[in-house]
Design a protein around this ligand. Structure first.
Ligand code: NAP
Length: 523
């Protein structure tokens, strides 16, 4: 498969700069054969101009045409499955089965959004009909729907080379909404990014979409991303990655002369609470499940259970020991990049230095990463925020609580997370209702008797949560409602019928569900 190493701008792979970088194998710094150009500031600006120009035509495309475009992207990606998997395996070290599964998830996600567009009612058409006879004043005809914001900058994470990357959830929800995209490729898998961009380019041409509807910039310095979020033509940012990266880009965007929404989905510790009754019933099974969840994908999941809470008891001690033993028996694959591996080893080392933290598993050996289980107490963890920060990789911290009040105290001390999980019998769940109420304020998804790794792409999914899990708790980055991050409400008052968008016209020519005078109907 030919890799140009260039940027996709306005339908052409181009590069004007002199600086380049190489793609790396996941488990070392041996260079792959491909080299990639670092985007220049002029190229960032060209990509944004192309997106803005494309917006004028793309926003006028019907939902059906946009749906066909998304379906075509899915087909083009599926047709490139073999080279995509081969390349992503080299760049990320992730196993073939996982990568094949992730391509399937990415194409299903595109098709799910296509179906949403074809159904049509996603625009949330709301109509309040005129009451010319109303006294003391007549009421005007008022109609509203969701319209696209404009060009969106998207950043993907290293750990999902497909589902949270070039044609991942942020890109698909922006394109579905009617917004062109300027994508900043992740330097940990640039060749994989280019192959997906080639697939999108083919879909653009086949579907006769404006050429600048999707643009991609390569780069391994933070300057490219910084310039992108500060470009005046960008109207919103979708980001998936580290807290440090997301917060830096959020801060840059809020300092713009014209601030824009930044939907940064960042790291999370995803606390899991094991209640006493269920530990009595199945501590071995739970220990095995926890060890598998902590080490899934070498722990490189944003929903990794990085911390769990138990109340002190013989059962809890046995559960912790069993988890340590199960973790120690697991052999791990390589981590995504040498930098992520180093950050993991350093991060664990720093937590182990803290007072009141004990290690229950073996350290990394010969620089090979091993699963890590650390043990601490409620008061120690509340006093020391470092222990509660995400260490991206296969580790978890057991937090031991002396009693129920300590469990509640700990839950109250939590900041925002993507998920929280409660394992309990029916009786446990009845007794710990206060805990369940507190956790609802802390997360985007509250899980019962399931481990948090694994995020279904469905209509009802919420993959988000209060800060610092994200920079905007009002949205989700997974599931069809992710589309509303890139739309805004627009209202028409007393607008003649022929000037209204079809979704708001009298007679409902699109035959979609609308809210008319407060009632959901197809009128
Ligand atoms: P990352 O280092 O933050 O990189 C993400 C993207 O942001 C890259 O394109 C990176 O490019 C750019 N970037 C980072 N810092 C920047 C800065 N200061 N200025 C401008 N651009 C910047 O994230 P990662 O290491 O790839 O991903 C792992 C992290 O993502 C973990 O914390 C994981 O929990 C999180 N994650 C979260 C989710 C979620 O849905 N919440 C999903 C997957 C992963 P450059 O480095 O070239 O600038």
């Amino acid at each position: 498969m030919d890799i140009t190493g260039k940027h996709l701008i306005n339908g052409e792979f181009v590069a004007r700069g002199n600086t380049s970088f190489n793609a790396h194998f996941a488990d070392g710094d041996k260079n792959l054969t491909h080299s990639f150009y670092e985007a220049t500031l002029q190229e960032v600006s060209d990509a944004c101009n192309a997106a803005q120009k494309a917006f004028e035509a793309y926003k006028l495309k019907s939902d059906t045409k946009r749906a066909e475009f998304l379906e075509e992207i899915a087909l083009e990606i599926a047709a490139l499955t073999k080279p995509l998997v081969e390349t992503a395996q080299k760049e990320t070290g992730l196993p073939e089965a996982r990568l094949n599964g992730e391509i399937g998830r990415t194409t299903s996600q595109l098709n799910l959004f296509a179906k949403l567009l074809k159904d049509g009612h996603w625009v949330n058409a709301i109509i309040d009909e005129a009451q010319p006879e109303r006294l003391p004043l007549p009421k005007a005809d008022i109609r509203m729907l969701q319209v696209p914001l404009g060009p969106v900058a998207v950043f993907g994470a290293s750990n999902f080379p497909f589902a949270f990357s070039v044609a991942g959830g942020d890109t698909v929800s922006a394109l579905a909404a009617g917004c062109p995209v300027v994508f900043k490729a992740h330097p940990a898998h640039p060749a994989t990014c280019e192959i997906v961009a080639q697939a999108i380019k083919k879909a653009i041409i086949k579907c006769q979409m404006p050429l600048g509807v999707f643009n991609m910039l390569q780069g391994q310095t933070h300057e490219t991303g910084g310039a992108l979020v500060q470009n005046d033509l960008i109207t919103a940012v979708g980001f998936t990655g580290s807290f440090k990266g997301g917060k830096a880009l959020y801060d840059l965007a809020t300092r713009r002369a014209c601030p824009i929404p930044v939907y940064a989905e960042m790291g999370s510790v995803n606390p899991v609470f094991f209640l006493p009754g269920i530990l009595k019933e199945k501590k071995e099974e739970l220990a095995k499940g926890l060890a598998a969840s902590v080490t899934l994908g070498v722990g490189q999941f944003c929903t990794n259970p990085g911390l769990f809470v138990v109340e002190q008891s013989e059962q809890a001690d046995g559960f912790i020991k069993q988890t340590a033993s199960d973790l120690s028996s697991i052999t791990l694959g390589p981590m995504l990049t040498p930098a992520i591996k180093k950050a993991f080893i350093d991060g664990i080392h720093h937590i182990k230095q803290e007072n009141g933290v004990t290690s229950l598993t073996q350290d990394a050996q010969n620089a090979e990463v091993r699963p890590q289980l650390l043990l601490s107490q409620v008061d120690t963890v509340i006093r020391n925020e470092k222990i509660m920060e995400e260490v991206f990789g296969p580790s978890t911290v057991a937090v031991s609580a002396a009693n129920v009040s300590e469990v509640i105290k700990f839950a109250k001390s939590l900041k925002g997370h993507l998920t929280a999980t409660v394992f309990g019998t029916d009786d446990d769940l009845k007794q710990y209702q206060e805990l369940i109420h507190i956790l609802q304020q802390k997360v985007g998804r509250l899980i019962f008797n399931n481990f948090p790794t694994g995020v279904e792409v469905t209509h009802a999914m919420v993959h988000g949560g209060p800060y610092p899990a994200t920079t905007d708790a009002r949205s989700t980055s997974v599931g069809t409602t992710a589309i509303y991050r890139f739309t805004r409400p627009l209202c028409f008052q007393n607008c003649p019928d022929d000037l209204l968008p079809d979704a708001l016209k009298r007679g409902n020519p699109l035959n979609i569900i609308r809210t008319v005078n407060g009632v959901s109907s197809k009128n």
